[in-house]
Design a binder for this molecule. Structure first.
Ligand code: NA7
Length: 539
């Protein structure tokens, strides 16, 4: 039997968070190992290799800022990178910083338990290995646990079944096939136009229509990247001071943009439509009241409908593509030719709100009204977000309490999204209660990894063995985060986003990411440190 292996820190995951955590902790003098279930690094950008997978944040912003060398050496080729380029970037980082010697791939963590006397975590893997560490950093990602779609009969399907979030490495040639795609979130919307280019026939099964708009992606122009590199720090400073950790979303820059003053409900219909002519896909959101008032929000959605009708030829199909839930309750999707795809003769939209799926059979998808024959089924059905991955690990903290039980009974509680009371020395990178998925993930990840590194250095320098969130501080933070969401569109009736856990049957409906913005959140984290880690007990 293999000996137990001891480290100062075990990091779980080797995506954007885990790679930086290994580097940062190692540079600070800790012995560290990252355990990664995949057979490559990259996390989200390892698994989501479906055709069309692309980031909706510009590459120059969606990249590490901690290494000036990497920032200068890496060459982005497009405004918003596709999955292969981001995966290649993360592999470049792993090599450039010589991280691989401290990463163990193909290693699934199945259980971990806290030894209250020894002040250590014991970590067990599927392969039967045991690691012991004083600290654990869960760099497990926010969208890493695929959600089984709960479709009756799925196991009887005789064709090829592909999940977007674990798409085969060798890709898939859709030519000559009748394909069905279930799910029209970001993953579905990105892959549908590309599958349509290849497949003999494509049937799209849509339960909720998507708020999507053209990404307007393009190759970077000659000299464009060099200009950024010449003054990268200025961009990084702006990012850190921005609400969502970015100064642009997609191709649209926020710089110099003032919040709109016009109110949709006080504007005659013809003037609303004139704004659509003027602003195109930016028009539905370009009002002061749409994000704060449901009636105004509905009026904004009607402008969306107008834009969709201008693209989609068949009026019935166009109507089905107009979302029925509030705008802004989910993150806006950026697409490349999504709505145009429904003008192709070999593409069929099935509106599941009118004709729901009854079961999957050996030959395809049976909806209430008919059977749809397909040879290939692509499931773009999403994730058990933010808590799903840790809930699937047997994590036992103080007094034998399991993290899964805490989160199931109390909701996804956490102090600052960094620690959960009762689980000393266990940190979560971009955990629930932090801005995470509402921001440029890389900026939030860097802030967390740096906070955790500073914290471990502080504990070492002050001879502390443990740090643990205090229940009162945690409760106060959870209440504060909840108070910010109350009465907003994000928590409104009819909003069933994965932010709220509403896509997972039985999951408590609580808005998981913190909506107060990155600058306010960072300030709070810094204040906690300045006050000697207030809200944490150190021993
Ligand atoms: P999402 O955004 O959770 O989308 C999942 C889609 O799958 C969504 O349209 C769901 O409809 C649909 N879905 C899920 N289960 C079913 C069943 N059983 N039947 C029919 N349709 C179903 O996941 P993505 O992977 O697209 O994107 C995740 C994030 O990645 C995204 O937000 C970006 O931040 C990047 P529903 O909406 O639940 O009615």
């Amino acid at each position: 039997m293999e000996a137990v292996r001891n480290y100062d820190v075990v990091v779980i995951g080797a995506g954007f968070s885990g790679l930086y955590a290994v580097h940062s902790l190692r540079e600070t003098g800790f012995s560290v190992i990252a355990l990664e279930k995949a057979d490559g690094v990259g996390g989200t950008w390892f698994w989501n290799r479906y055709p069309g997978a692309r980031c909706d944040v510009q590459s120059i912003e969606y990249s590490y800022s901690f290494s000036k060398e990497i920032q200068q050496e890496w060459e982005w080729t497009e405004l918003m990178s596709a999955q292969p380029e981001i995966e290649a970037y993360l592999n470049f980082v792993a090599d450039r910083l010589d991280l691989r010697r401290d990463i163990q791939l193909s290693t699934l963590v199945t259980a971990m338990s806290y030894d209250e006397d020894g002040h250590r975590w014991t970590i067990e893997t599927e392969g039967g290995e045991t690691f012991v560490a004083r600290f654990v950093v869960a760099a497990t990602g926010c969208l890493s646990e695929p959600l089984e779609p709960g479709l009756r009969g799925l196991e009887t399907f005789a064709g090829t079944c592909l999940f977007t979030n674990r798409f085969p490495k060798e890709g898939f040639d859709f030519r000559g096939h009748r394909v069905g795609v279930i799910g029209t979130g970001s993953s579905g919307v990105q892959c549908i136009p590309i599958i349509a280019e290849q497949a003999d026939h494509l049937t799209v099964f849509q339960r909720s229509a998507a708020y999507s708009r053209p990404a307007d992606n393009r190759p970077l122009r000659p000299g464009e990247l060099d200009a950024v590199k010449a003054n990268y720090e200025e961009l990084r400073v702006k990012q850190r001071g921005a609400y969502a950790g970015l100064v642009s979303f997609g191709a649209v820059s926020f710089e110099g943009m003032e919040p709109p003053e016009r109110r949709i409900l006080e504007t005659p219909i013809d003037e609303r439509l004139a704004l659509v002519d003027q602003l195109g896909w930016s028009a539905p959101g370009a009002w002061a009241d749409v994000m704060f008032d449901l009636e105004a929000n509905q009026a904004g959605t009607e402008l969306y409908g107008e834009l969709i009708r201008r693209v989609v030829d068949d009026p019935e199909v166009a109507e089905s593509l107009v979302p029925h839930y509030p705008m802004g309750c989910k993150r806006q999707i950026l697409d490349t030719g999504y709505f145009e795809t429904f003008n192709r003769d070999h593409v069929t939209l099935v509106d599941l709100r009118k004709d729901p799926i009854e079961e999957i059979t050996a030959t395809g998808v049976t909806t209430r009204d008919r059977h749809h024959d397909v040879d290939v089924l692509v499931l773009a059905t999403g994730f058990d977000a933010m808590t799903g991955t840790l809930n699937r690990i047997e994590i036992t903290g103080r007094n034998g309490r399991m993290l899964r039980d805490v989160w199931n009974s109390e909701g996804p509680v956490s102090y600052l999204g960094l620690q959960v009371a009762g689980f000393p020395n266990l940190f979560t990178v971009t955990g629930p209660g932090s801005p995470s998925v509402l921001t440029n993930m890389v900026v939030s990840i860097e802030q967390h990894v740096e906070w955790i590194t500073d914290c471990l250095r502080y504990l070492r320098d002050h001879d502390h063995r443990t740090i643990e969130a205090e229940p009162d501080a945690q409760e106060e933070w959870v209440d504060h985060a909840a108070s910010l969401v109350q009465g907003t569109i994000r928590n409104s009736e009819g909003c069933n986003s994965w932010y709220l856990g509403a896509n997972v049957p039985g999951k408590r409906r609580i808005h998981m990411p913190y909506i107060g913005g990155l600058p306010a959140y960072r300030r709070k984290c810094d204040e906690v440190v300045a006050a000697g880690y207030s809200g944490f007990s150190l021993s």
